[in-house]
Design a protein around this ligand. Structure first.
Ligand code: ADP
Ligand code: MG
Length: 685
């Protein structure tokens, strides 16, 4: 998220070349050095007798060099044997300088720090850290910090620079004493000193696990700053104008009366939250989160009707042609009886149809539009756009969402409703999504039978084919998802076609169709339509059907090479079934041997049906960085605080952020500057 490094300039004591290297570590001045905190610590305060060193643990040993030679087999390396009173040990370096061999001459006393293991030459340390010492040289009396670094910047250099910054910089402490006292946190200076130079009696475990009060102080500060920038973005939005859309309720009531079902409690709650936001003169920015099948489309439709009820326009953008068309059909089905037309904008429509539709949107005759990203292209004008809905919002980049927002009239911003079935754990939503209110659909419509998931090795593929035959002969429909081949689209396509041909041959009595990303939009649309009207029994598909597709009669989902898919993707795909009242089954075919993560993922998907649980597991397996993905995150990821481990700090950070911005604007400014430098503007998108 950072700016490309400008040609690095040095600062006192740091030349341009070193400054350039430090910039790679995001260190651009002494203040950044202070916050460059150790990854871990090494305990060089103690010596371990060689014979007592246990494999797998890093220890420090001291001994006399017995021999030092360059060995050429199994490959060129420096082999040094040392001995203390308890035993001998070999140290090996595969990369070394000639000076190193000289330094480690026979008879020298050395201290080695590293992990011992059994090896080619007996007990050995590979590439230990080494220091030549005098007899009886004192041991350091504190843990040694180990910093994250980059090629060309050694630990010793970093330590020196950081020590200098600690000695010379003002360790400004903008945090109110009351906040520190309430949470049992030390002051800033004290915390930094404790982390860079742990006291001899510091608890190594607390430091290692980052539970030491000094760590908590730093993590709290980081969370606080993050909450401050969220809050500021929120305040900026409140200062903006949007078209207020008061609840009139006529059209929404008419739609609800015409449906064969009643909204779930969760849907009603979300609708009410959104309705209140829309009535305000400031732009709504709300995320509607709901597991696959929870009924987000209806909530969106009701919100859009609130705009229409007030004579304003609303638009809904979906990431794929298939999904956009499905939404358009559904909205048209629901709204045509109420006399409301819906424009459909997608790349596949003929130019003339499009022209006519565009004109009707421009003139304000049509108030609703559904489309793919074709919606944000130039010729589309929505002069009275008051509400923009983005379905499967994580599929769009920040730029595309902004472009949709720009469609409204100048000076006022449309209300934004983002929808996602990729659930984001609450803490992540709160801390990573710039300025977003969240409504959650935590309830599925009644009458669904849970999906059963089965794991099947690909050796039993024939049995799966048989199962598809039985299900379809019994009047149900099935999806067959082809393997994902990320490296090559061509190969993926070829595999899809082959899978299709094999299934056509194996299932002569069934009607089998194929959709993939390379088909023309109208071909895709025709196949999807045939499947949804029951003219096809089996739909062989690539992940183009991953999101949104809604065919309630389909009750069997087969996913080949399931181990290649991500967790969120598997959950989405599985969510294509279980939409009707028939019992649904999802069969995950995997290829042996399974990798560790492959196995872990399949286990999660097998054991869980709740999207939130799955997202949490995903977060654990992948870490928040990848989970959020740079394009959907408005904020840089946290450096030190962890959303999993530091949940108890999040609420206080929110409260103090609010209070400090209100009562201590200057201290807030200093705090934000310390953590964000000049980057706050970047975080706004
Ligand atoms: P998603 O949240 O995954 O986008 P959809 O909006 O596609 O879910 O809804 C899934 C299915 O459930 C659709 O067929 C929809 O018409 C239906 N549905 C929505 N709300 C209800 C409800 N309250 N009761 C019964 N069925 C509903
Ligand atoms: Mg949907």
């Amino acid at each position: 998220m950072r700016d490309a490094a400008p040609a690095a300039r040095g600062w006192p004591g740091v030349g341009p070349q070193l400054a350039g290297l430090l910039a790679k570590l995001d260190i651009r001045g002494p203040q950044d050095l202070l916050l460059h905190l150790p990854l871990r610590y090494e305990d060089e305060t103690r010596l371990t007798p060689i014979a007592a060193a246990r494999p797998g643990f890093a220890v420090q040993v001291e001994g006399e060099v017995q021999s030092s030679e360059i060995v050429l087999r199994p490959r060129r390396q420096l082999v040094v044997r040392i001995a203390d009173a308890s035993g001998t040990l070999v140290a090996r370096w595969l990369n070394f300088y000639p000076s190193q061999q000289k330094q480690l001459a026979s008879g020298r006393r050395v201290r080695l720090f590293g992990e011992v293991r059994g090896g080619f030459f007996g007990d050995e340390m590979i590439h230990p850290r080494v220091r030549v010492v005098e007899a009886d040289e004192a041991l350091p009396n504190a843990l040694t910090p180990v910093y994250p670094t980059t090629a060309g910047v050694g630990q010793a250099t970093l330590r020196k620079l950081i020590d200098r910054a600690l000695a010379s910089e003002m360790l400004d402490d903008p945090l109110p004493v009351a906040a520190c006292r309430g949470l049992g946190l030390p002051g800033f200076g004290e915390a930094l000193r404790a982390l860079h130079h742990p006291a001899p009696d510091a608890d190594p475990a607390a430091l290692e696990l980052r539970e030491h009060p000094a760590w908590r102080r730093i993590k709290f500060e980081e969370l606080l700053v993050q909450q401050m920038s969220l809050r500021r973005a929120y305040n900026a939005r409140r200062a903006r104008q949007a078209v207020p859309l008061p609840v009139r309720g006529e059209l929404t009531a008419a739609l609800l009366a015409s449906l064969p079902f009643r909204p779930t409690g969760a849907q009603s709650r979300a609708v009410a939250e959104i309705a209140a936001d829309l009535a305000a003169p400031h732009p709504m920015q709300r995320l509607l989160q709901g597991d696959v099948g929870s009924g987000k489309t209806l909530v969106a439709a009701l919100a859009m009707l609130q705009a229409v009820d007030n004579g304003w326009q609303a638009a809904m953008m979906a990431p794929t042609e298939i999904l956009a068309e499905q939404h358009w059909r559904k909205l048209s089905d629901w709204l045509a009886p109420l006399g409301i037309g819906v424009a459909w904008l997608s790349g596949s429509r003929r130019k003339r149809e499009r022209e006519a539709e565009l004109e009707r949107l421009r003139s304000g005759e049509l108030l609703l539009a559904v489309g793919t990203h074709a919606l944000i292209e130039d010729p589309v004008t929505l002069p009275r756009l008051a509400l923009a809905v983005v379905d499967e919002q994580h599929r769009f980049g920040v730029r595309q969402r902004l472009a949709l927002r720009e469609k409204g009239e100048a000076g006022r911003r449309p209300h934004m409703l983002m929808m996602s079935a990729t659930p984001i754990p609450r803490t992540l939503a709160m801390t990573h999504y710039a300025d977003l209110d969240v409504s959650v659909l935590d309830e599925l419509p009644p009458g669904r039978t849970p999906i059963r998931t089965k794991l099947v090795s690909d050796a039993r593929r024939d049995e799966v084919v048989e199962r598809v035959r039985q299900a379809c002969l019994g009047g149900r429909q099935a999806y067959w998802v082809c393997p994902l081949i990320e490296e090559s689209e061509a190969l993926q396509l070829q595999t899809a076609v082959e899978t299709f041909e094999t299934l056509v041959a194996a299932l002569p009595e069934l009607r089998v169709g194929l959709v993939h990303g390379r088909l023309k939009a109208d071909e895709k649309s025709a196949t999807m339509k045939a499947f949804s009207t029951g003219e096809l029994d089996v739909l062989v598909a690539t992940t183009v059907i991953e999101v949104g597709v809604d065919v309630p009669n389909a009750s069997l989902m087969v996913i080949e090479h399931a181990e290649r898919f991500g967790l969120a993707q598997l959950h989405q795909l599985r969510g294509r079934v279980g939409r009707g009242s028939a019992e649904s089954v999802c069969i995950l075919i995997y290829a042996q041997p399974l990798s560790q993560t492959g196995r872990e993922r399949l286990k999660v998907i097998y054991e869980n049906t709740d999207g939130f649980e799955i997202a949490r597991a995903d977060l654990r397996i992948r870490g928040p960085g990848e989970f959020v993905g740079a394009r959907q995150s408005g904020l840089p990821l946290l450096r030190y605080a962890s959303l999993e481990d530091d949940t108890d700090l999040i609420d206080p950070a929110r409260e103090w952020a609010e209070r400090m911005l209100r009562e201590m604007p200057e201290a807030s400014e200093r705090l934000m500057k310390r953590w964000l430098g000049g980057r706050e503007a970047l975080l706004r998108a």
